[in-house]
Design a protein around this ligand. Structure first.
Ligand SMILES: Cc1ncc(COP(=O)(O)O)c(C=O)c1O
Length: 350
């Protein structure tokens, strides 16, 4: 039943296409003591002279255990941006299907939709950046293939309650994508437990935020095994390189350090918020479940330039819906945060 439900949603071309089979698909035993004459590689060993495992089996085995899912429920991509792109290309028929986005939200969803000729239907979050479930459902039509929920949301920082995600899955018969790039900083937690019940749920996570590895470009998609099979069918064969796979495995030896860093960043977020409340040009600080704060100021352009003069780069989010005069500030190290608050006080005197 689940399989049929998923196959119904996949683009006909993706259902039918015969995938490219790389040399490393034909012979999968990477540890084997063989002479490899199948992939036209340079035979002289440099650690990187061989193509990577196209399905990143070793890494997935470890990740699956940690996340409490099966290996075949995982897709790895060149950042979650690649995972998101694969979702569009697997499910959305260009020029026909539609995606519902919930602005203000992460900008790549719109870019990827446009790149894939998928019409975007915007259903804005309310003034507290919460979902408007009724408005979402009244925007659904027979062409709506995806709804993308970012939780915790970038740029507002708030997490969407799991019950609302579940409610969306109960009411909408297409795919719900939950982008959990910042989930490690949130008490709301992950939607991973909903995967068993809802085969139309896809969850994105990333090594770029709490895991401290934005530079290796590694994103994760969690979904029903049939969905993952379709992704594997159309993804570039060697989309996650050898160095990334090795480096990603090393993160699991750092779990204690990372957990400590996340705890510290959450503590710093609270301190930053308290201190910012006494800064004159700060009008409001939005509740955050992420490693950043969205701050409403009197004049975002002026304050952005002043921060820059103080050697601090923040992100103006003023051009986004409902975000006029806002700056998004990433939580730094305790020392960086003290410097930031001191800069706020200096700017306040100018
Ligand atoms: C909500 C959200 N999703 C995804 C990404 C991109 O993640 P990655 O570095 O894995 O491509 C970002 C990056 O800022 C983000 O804010």
């Amino acid at each position: 039943m689940n399989d049929l439900e998923i196959k119904r949603l996949v683009r006909p071309m993706v259902r039918e296409i015969a995938p490219y089979r790389s040399a490393r698909d034909e012979f999968e035993d990477f540890g084997a003591q063989k002479i490899f004459m199948d992939a036209n590689e340079n035979p002289y060993n440099t650690d990187t002279n061989r193509y990577p495992d196209p399905l990143q089996r070793k890494l997935k085995r470890v990740l699956a255990k940690i996340k409490g899912v099966s290996d075949n429920q995982i897709l790895l991509g060149n950042g979650s941006d690649e995972v998101l792109d694969l979702i569009f290309r697997t499910f959305c028929e260009p020029g026909h299907d539609e995606v519902i986005l919930l602005p203000p939200t992460y900008g790549m969803y719109r870019v990827l939709a446009q790149l894939n000729s998928v019409k975007v239907v915007d259903v804005p979050l309310d003034e507290s950046f919460e979902l408007d479930l009724a408005a979402i459902m009244s925007s659904v039509n027979e062409k709506t293939k995806l709804i993308i929920v970012c939780s915790p949301n970038n740029p507002s920082g708030n997490a969407i309650p799991l019950l609302q995600i579940q409610s969306l899955l109960d009411q909408f018969s297409g795919l719900v994508v939950v982008d959990e790039a910042y989930v490690d900083f949130s008490e709301v937690g992950t939607s991973l437990d909903l995967l068993e019940k809802y085969p139309r749920l896809i969850i994105c996570q990333t090594f770029s935020k709490a895991y401290g590895m934005a530079g290796i470009r590694l994103g994760i998609g969690f979904a029903h095994p049939t969905v993952i099979d379709f992704f594997n069918k159309i993804k570039p064969p060697y989309n996650v390189n050898v160095l990334t796979q090795i480096k990603a495995l090393s993160v699991f030896n750092l779990t204690d350090v990372l957990e400590r860093q996340v705890r510290e960043l959450i503590g710093e977020r609270k301190k930053m918020k308290e201190k910012l409340l006494s800064v004159g040009f700060v009008k409001k600080i939005y509740p955050s479940d992420a490693n950043f704060l969205l701050v409403l100021v009197d004049d975002a352009k002026k304050r952005y330039d002043q921060f820059l003069e103080q050697g601090i780069v923040v992100r103006s989010r003023s051009s986004l819906l409902g975000c006029a005069n806002t700056l998004r500030v990433t939580i730094g190290t305790p020392k960086e945060n003290i410097t930031f608050i001191n800069a706020c006080k200096t700017i306040d005197q100018l």
